[in-house]
Design a protein around this ligand. Sequence first.
Ligand code: PMV
Length: 360
Amino acid sequence: MTENDFLPIQYDNLPAEGKVAWKAPSNIALVKYWGKKANQIPANPSVSFTLDACATTTTIFFSRKEDDSQFSFDLVFEGEPKEDFKPKIQTFLERIEIYLPFLKSYHLKIETSNSFPHSSGIASSASGMAALALCLMDMEKMMNPEMDSDFFNRKASFLARLGSGSACRSIEGDLIQWGEHQPIVDSSNLYGIKYPFKVNTVFKNFHDTILLVHKGQKQVSSSGGHNLMHNHPYAERRFEQAHEHLDSLKAIFSEGNLERFIEVVESEALTLHAMMMTSMPYFILMKPDTLQIINKIWDYRKKTKTPICFTLDAGANVHLLYPESVKEKAIQFIQDELVAHCENGHYICDRIGTGARKIG
Ligand code: PMV
């Protein structure tokens, strides 16, 4: 599909008012998206587990207005008006307007909240933009009831991507691939798709315990971070490596090979951080506790042969990944050894999920 396939047909019935509500999850990348071209086109393909507990719930109350020359919206975040989020939403609406041309005909009251604590250092842009895109798609579906659910999800992913790249992987579950990759025939730079190859059951109920090492603001925004990949000395080799990792995951997923899964996932996490350390300007986003946790995971794995590994996003928090079969051991290990490295002892127990849900 191309961008033009997402341009809408003529709408016949614009409802006078109404309400739509969606809950969309966050996701954690196994092969990381880091580096982008114009229009939110990724420089390399990525694949992620859709999460379950970390999610954004968004409700939009919409009403027709006379003046359709500009966007009109209010934003309420966790019960309070939130002016500083508005520019990001305004930019998003501007980017998607040609795909949803009814937007300026409505006043939107957007109410949104996250299941995870504010300023936990967990990025809410993926779940937030996915929930918003789904609400807006639901409005479009009222005007075009014939739309089927595959197209609905695909266009929601396409729109979410224009808000925040990784958000396009937060529409469906449980393993989502985004970005052109030749061996995956349906892969696209424009939207995420369900991972199309065989996935062993061991990966079907994976856990992700997020160890909150540092809850503060990130040193570098994600768009700032992506820009660091322009003129980066190792960028091209890194983009190739993402393709190679995606290729190796095919057999790993199909066979349920946890040993090799761990190698790819941990290498991806450290490569992401290595890219930040070797860019200009350079950043170290890990904290001393991040490294202590990583070392404890490695020691524990060596000693006990338990298949627990880590991944990181563009910050200091550690995502601890493990299969259902070792859940009790993992929780014990976290409590005995890792909680001490979390800010105020905080961590979030999440797991692989099935995707966003309509809630109203
Ligand atoms: O969606 P963005 O622009 O916030 O980028 C997210 C990038 C990483 O989280 C670091 C990796 C990924 O693939 O999610």
